[in-house]
Design a protein around this ligand. Structure first.
Ligand code: UDX
Ligand code: UDX
Ligand code: ADP
Length: 480
């Protein structure tokens, strides 16, 4: 029986291992983590992450061939294949601060593997790491030479949160990179056999180590670039009277471009896009490729511009001041169907409004108050450290309240910002909401989810990203 152990029981490690366990009943899968609360939650009725379909998969396998444990060293020592899926934050100080990946957790995991191993192992990179990390890790592993053979593979994860289980069940592709030596090829074949339990072999792509590592950064950069491209167009649409949804539709019909990932929004968030692009930029700079670095930097600049533009639009349309005004925030997660708030655009929008002295009231169906308070108090790039997964008592931000439903959030508010595209926000009773608000009542739809015309008929002034502006908004232009 092949034994797999995954270091890091997070958004990637947890769902990925659960699906491997489900699809390979003869493989024993352990997921280990240094965080005790995380492992306790994985072993409880309330999993630490909200992901549609995940509960079902975990329930079917947990205790049979899927185990969650804090006994990191023992389970790593016993495993044939060790996946590493630990945090890779952006460095906050020293060389490459604000750009380069901080590989502290990766390095400590690699040293631990080297220390505890007594048998040959395949070590698999699952976290996104800079290109050529595999080589560095290989050095750590082989330096501790006890006659043990380590083969390092890069097997980047392409799942998106909110659809993780579907993405894992039916991936567009599985990518495995390894050394072009007989040992490397054998390791690739072993991991390929695991995936081949449910993924058609033609979808399993095998490459060299560096191509696999770079493909992950490239895929995320391309996806983020599509969003920044459509968001840049959204600003031009507002200025010219074009409708970004119509433009996206027309552009996406070209099969060379395709229709997906062309939704204009208040900006992209999530743990990967910004971090991976910063990483890519840093790598390009290190190789003297300044033009390439600048090209990718622009994707992040447009994303920041889009969030600033949104806040400016709110302030300018409310007579250039939101001081003392109540603004309801509907949705805090970085996208629907997840409780994850890492790099969510809601953080920057809320901070912008708080900076202008607004009072904000936040409702998200899956995000707890403690999380929101923590997010609004953390410094940029500080979110991706295991310490932040431990319970802590952040001091609350006095201008912010978190409430348990959309009606409470909007009661007595001057304006509503929709920042996550939760389906439930489409079918709220907007007449009831309007009746309970200060007038003029504003809706700023950062995800283009509401029926703007219907809301205008009720009496709202509506701003929707990249759509022709109401006369009111035209008269009060936002300065970006
Ligand atoms: C383009 C558009 O494709 C077409 O829809 C529009 O109506 C006119 O402009 P065209 O310029 O004729 O068409 O050719 P196209 O196939 O788009 O190629 C443009 C350039 O891009 C060529 O120099 C081509 O060699 C280059 N190219 C294209 C690449 O370098 N790589 C590619 O993957 C594709
Ligand atoms: C992403 C990649 O999609 C996935 O392949 C990779 O493994 C991890 O990073 P994730 O961040 O979980 O996944 O979600 P994704 O669906 O890519 O959304 C990222 C952000 O872009 C969200 O904030 C989302 O709202 C935004 N987005 C997405 C848009 O603003 N417009 C779109 O058209 C699509
Ligand atoms: P991702 O989205 O990439 O899965 P997460 O932050 O959700 O990222 O998960 C990473 C997990 O890795 C965290 O639960 C963290 O506690 C764990 N972790 C970090 N370093 C180590 C380590 N050295 N040993 C075990 N677990 C670790």
């Amino acid at each position: 029986m092949v034994k797999i152990c995954c270091i890091g029981a997070g958004y990637v490690g947890g769902p990925t291992m659960a699906v491997i366990a489900l699809k390979c009943p003869k493989v024993q899968v352990s997921v280990v983590d240094i965080s005790t609360p995380r492992i306790t939650a994985w072993n409880s009725e309330h999993l630490p992450i909200y992901e549609p379909g995940l509960d079902d998969v975990v329930k079917q396998c947990r205790g049979k061939n899927l185990f969650f444990s804090n006994d990191v060293e023992k389970l790593v020592a016993e495993a044939d294949i060790v996946f590493v899926s630990v945090n890779t934050p952006t460095k906050t100080q020293g060389l490459g601060a604000g750009k380069a990946a901080d590989l502290t957790y990766w390095e400590s995991a690699a040293r631990m593997i080297a220390d505890v191993s007594k048998s040959d192992k395949i070590v698999v990179e699952k976290s996104t790491v800079p290109v050529k990390t595999a080589e560095a890790i290989e050095r750590i592993l082989t330096h501790n030479n006890k006659g043990i053979n380590f083969q390092i593979l890069s097997n980047p994860e392409f799942l998106a949160e909110g659809t993780a289980i579907q993405d894992l069940f039916n991936p567009d592709r599985v990518l495995i990179g390894g050394r072009e030596t007989p040992g490397g090829q054998k390791a690739i074949a072993t991991l390929r056999d695991v995936y081949a339990h449910w993924v058609p072999v033609e979808k399993i792509i095998c490459t060299n180590l560096w191509s696999a590592e770079l493909s992950k950064l490239a895929a995320n950069a391309f996806l983020a670039q599509r969003i920044s491209s459509v968001n840049a167009m959204s600003a031009l649409c507002e200025a010219t009277g074009a409708d970004v949804t119509q433009v996206s539709h027309a552009v996406g019909k070209d099969t060379r471009i395709g229709p997906k990932f062309l939704n204009a929004s208040v900006g992209f968030g999530g743990s990967c896009f910004q971090k991976d692009i910063l990483n890519l930029v840093y790598i390009c700079e290190c190789h003297g490729l300044a033009e390439v670095a600048n090209y990718w930097k622009q994707v992040i600049k447009i994303n920041d511009y889009q969030k600033t533009r949104f806040v400016n639009r709110i302030v300018s349309s409310m007579f250039n001041t939101v001081s003392g005004k109540k603004i309801a925030i509907l949705g805090f997660a970085f996208k629907k169907d997840t409780g994850d708030t890492r790099e969510t655009p809601a953080i920057d929008v809320c901070k912008g409004l708080i900076g202008d002295k607004a009072k904000i009231s936040i409702y998200d169906p899956q995000v707890q108050e403690e999380q929101i308070t923590r997010d609004l108090s953390l410094k940029k790039f500080d979110w991706d450290h295991p310490a932040h997964l431990q319970p802590m008592n952040p001091t609350s931000v006095k201008e912010v309240t978190c409430v348990r439903d959309a009606y409470e959030a909007t009661k007595g508010a001057h304006g509503i910002c929709i920042l996550t595209e939760w389906d439930a926000f489409k079918s709220l009773d907007y007449q009831k909401i309007f009746d309970g608000m200060e007038k003029p009542a504003f809706v700023f739809d950062g995800r283009n989810v509401v029926d703007a015309e219907k809301l205008r008929k009720i009496g709202f002034i509506v701003y929707a990203i990249g759509k022709p502006l109401d006369a009111w908004l035209k008269d009060m232009p936002a300065v970006a």
